[in-house]
Design a protein around this ligand. Structure first.
Ligand SMILES: C[S@@+](CC[C@H](N)C(=O)[O-])C[C@H]1O[C@@H](n2cnc3c(N)ncnc32)[C@H](O)[C@@H]1O
Length: 258
């Protein structure tokens, strides 16, 4: 069983998921998607629920989070209970490519470092558009190649940093997915990735207490789980941040209106 464990199983166990841009990126996406008090928001690929809880707390909206991994959903539910937000946020296990919701339900559907993963990205974006109300917004915050083709050492670094099955796209391809899903007034904002700043953003998102809690859970995994030890060894071996990272790799915010 242990060799079936993936990057995201370890992330769920540690109680820590991330996307490039951290809370700064989320706040920018919220503005572009016109999310505010009274909005009903779907966060697809919600991970451990950090964005869902942040949106409920900061903007007073209702949030549904879905993730393909049951353990992520459990972690997200724990966070919502801890933060006293269980009446504002709810979570379900679901695949982005097959959302278990009726048409025209949400004011906004967002994803942060998620749509790079499904096999059929167009099918996933079509699903986001289907469950969005007419006049509502679909907003993606997704890793992006700023120049293609990227050098192989960058592909290797990005894969170990965000999970081995990640398949980022170039900006035009992300825009094309929104266009093909029938969305209008599509906007894009591109940001380079600064790996050192990303580490600070992670602490800002989870706080020192959250980071210490996750570090302890990772230590326990190191002691008890041989698959995790192999994973950490692999990360150490390919771990130097490439110097040309910001020339080639960034994240984009891609937003369209239904
Ligand atoms: C890089 S993490 C980002 C999590 C979260 N959005 C955040 O910002 O912390 C990617 C998440 O997408 C989830 N995921 C991957 N493929 C998915 C799919 N097809 N449908 C739903 N969730 C998916 C993973 O389980 C993981 O929790």
């Amino acid at each position: 069983m242990e060799n079936e464990q993936t990057f995201f199983d370890f992330a769920a166990e540690a109680g820590l998921t991330k996307h490039f841009g951290g809370l700064e990126g989320t706040a920018e996406l919220v503005g572009l998607c016109h999310i505010g008090e009274g909005s009903y928001v779907l966060d697809v690929g919600c991970g451990v629920g950090a964005t869902a809880c942040f949106l409920a707390k900061r903007y007073g909206c209702r949030v549904m989070g879905v993730d393909i991994r049951a353990r992520m959903v459990e972690r997200a539910e724990e966070r919502a209970r801890r933060d006293g937000l269980s009446d504002q946020v709810a979570f379900r296990v679901a695949d982005a490519q097959d959302l278990p919701f009726e048409d025209d339900l949400f004011d906004a559907v967002i994803t942060e470092s998620v749509t790079a993963f499904p096999e059929d990205k167009q099918r996933a974006v079509n699903e986001y558009a289907r469950v969005t109300k007419p006049g509502g917004y679909v907003g993606l915050a997704e890793s992006t190649w700023l120049q293609v083709p990227p050098p192989p050492e960058l592909v290797a670094w990005v894969s170990q940093d965000v999970g081995s099955c990640v398949r980022p796209l170039a900006a035009d391809d992300w825009m094309g997915l929104l266009e093909n899903a029938g969305l209008q007034d599509i906007t894009m904002r591109l940001h380079p990735v600064d790996a050192k700043h990303e580490a600070k953003l992670l602490t800002q998102r989870y706080g020192y207490g959250g980071m210490i809690g996750s570090a302890l859970r990772m230590l326990v995994m190191l002691v008890r789980n041989p698959a995790y030890r192999r994973f950490v060894k692999g990360v150490r071996e390919s771990g130097v941040i490439p110097e040309n990272l910001d020339e080639y790799f960034g994240y984009g915010l891609y937003v369209g209106r239904k």
